[in-house]
Every structure is written in structure tokens, then in C-alpha cells.
Design a protein around this ligand. Structure first.
Ligand SMILES: Cc1cc2nc3c(=O)[nH]c(=O)nc-3n(C[C@H](O)[C@H](O)[C@H](O)COP(=O)(O)O)c2cc1C
Length: 162
């Protein structure tokens, strides 16, 4: 319930140990057939991070974050795109939840299935063709506070059938 999209960060450094903790949580996500079809690219290069908003209009916070993780999937390991995106979504969400627990701020930036974002990020990071860039998560210490927002909607709940 405490997780919110945080788009403003202080310049305090997020350590490699913290990033490892986030990736540990991400890799603890459930996956179809326990295939764990993921790879994670840790971005710290300022120039590369600053390039992202040139092809992704809703990623301006990449300029403020000191580190970001690109969640990727191996299409040779999981060939069904439905399962691959479900697995990578679960990993992304685990990462966001662990970051909240650590007092860090994150936001999920959609990459897949938008070719106009996938192509440029492949080029930027040298990602091979069988690896799918799925989501990009900038990480930092929050420089904005957001309240818990209760999104529970009883109309979306159906008991014993539609
Ligand atoms: C698949 C997906 C793609 C998203 N893409 C973006 C994005 O490109 N830029 C952004 O600022 N937020 C992005 N978001 C975050 C949503 O805007 C955010 O989760 C939503 O507004 C609800 O707010 P909350 O996360 O604070 O609960 C994305 C979220 C998801 C799940």
C-alpha cells in the first residue's frame, strides 16, 4: 500500500549493495515453469541515462536518478510473450516493493511493447535481438512525498461468477 510512483529524487547515492538487494527481490518473483527468463541491466552511466528521454517522452526523471534497472527477458528461454511479460511484470513489481521497503523511490517506465522505445534502448545498451527490453526503473532517494492512495473498488470484485 505504501508503494507509489516517485519521479523526483535527491542526489544521495544508492549503493551497489542496495541495488543487489533490489535484484534479489526481483529474482524471487514467480515465473511460469520456474524458467526465470530475466536479465537486468544496471545503468549508472550519466550520459546513457540522460539519453533515454530523447526517445521516451515520459522518462524525464531518468536525468535525476543516480541508478536505473532495465528489466529484460530472454525470448529463447520463454518463447510465449504472454508468459514472458507476466514474469517480467512480477519481477518489476517485486523490485518496486523492495525499494519501498528500503525507503527508496522508483517508477515503472514502460518499454515493451513499444517498438519506438525498444529499438533505441537496444542500440543504447547493445542488447542482442533475442533479449526483450521490458521495463525501466529509475531508483533514488525520494524528493517528493506521496500519500497512500486506496484504489480498492468493490465494483471490480465478483463473487462466484460475473
Ligand atoms: C506498464 C506500465 C508502464 C508505465 N509507464 C510509465 C512511464 O512511462 N512514465 C511514468 O512516469 N510512469 C509510468 N508508469 C507508472 C504509472 O503512471 C503509475 O503506476 C500510475 O499512475 C499509478 O500511480 P502509482 O504508481 O503512484 O500508484 C507505468 C506503469 C506501468 C505499470
Amino acid at each position: 500500500m505504501r508503494r507509489r510512483s516517485i519521479r523526483k529524487y535527491t542526489d544521495e547515492r544508492v549503493t551497489n549493495e542496495q541495488v543487489s538487494g533490489l535484484l534479489k527481490a526481483a529474482m524471487n518473483a514467480p515465473t511460469a515453469r520456474n524458467l526465470r527468463p530475466w536479465h537486468f541491466i544496471v545503468m549508472r552511466d550519466r550520459e546513457k541515462m540522460d539519453r533515454v528521454p530523447s526517445f521516451h517522452a515520459y522518462s524525464q526523471m531518468m536525468r535525476e536518478a543516480t541508478v536505473a534497472v532495465l528489466v529484460c527477458g530472454d525470448m529463447k528461454v520463454q518463447e510465449r510473450m504472454g508468459y514472458l511479460s507476466a514474469d517480467l511484470g512480477a519481477a518489476t513489481q517485486n523490485l518496486l516493493l523492495e525499494a519501498t521497503e528500503m525507503g527508496l523511490g522508483t517508477v515503472w517506465l514502460g518499454i515493451y511493447p513499444r517498438e519506438e522505445r525498444m529499438g533505441p534502448i537496444r542500440d543504447l545498451l547493445g542488447i542482442p535481438d533475442h533479449i526483450l527490453p521490458f521495463s525501466l526503473v529509475p531508483i533514488g532517494y525520494p524528493a517528493e512525498e506521496k500519500p497512500i492512495r486506496d484504489k480498492f473498488d468493490p465494483e471490480r470484485v465478483h463473487n462466484d461468477g460475473w
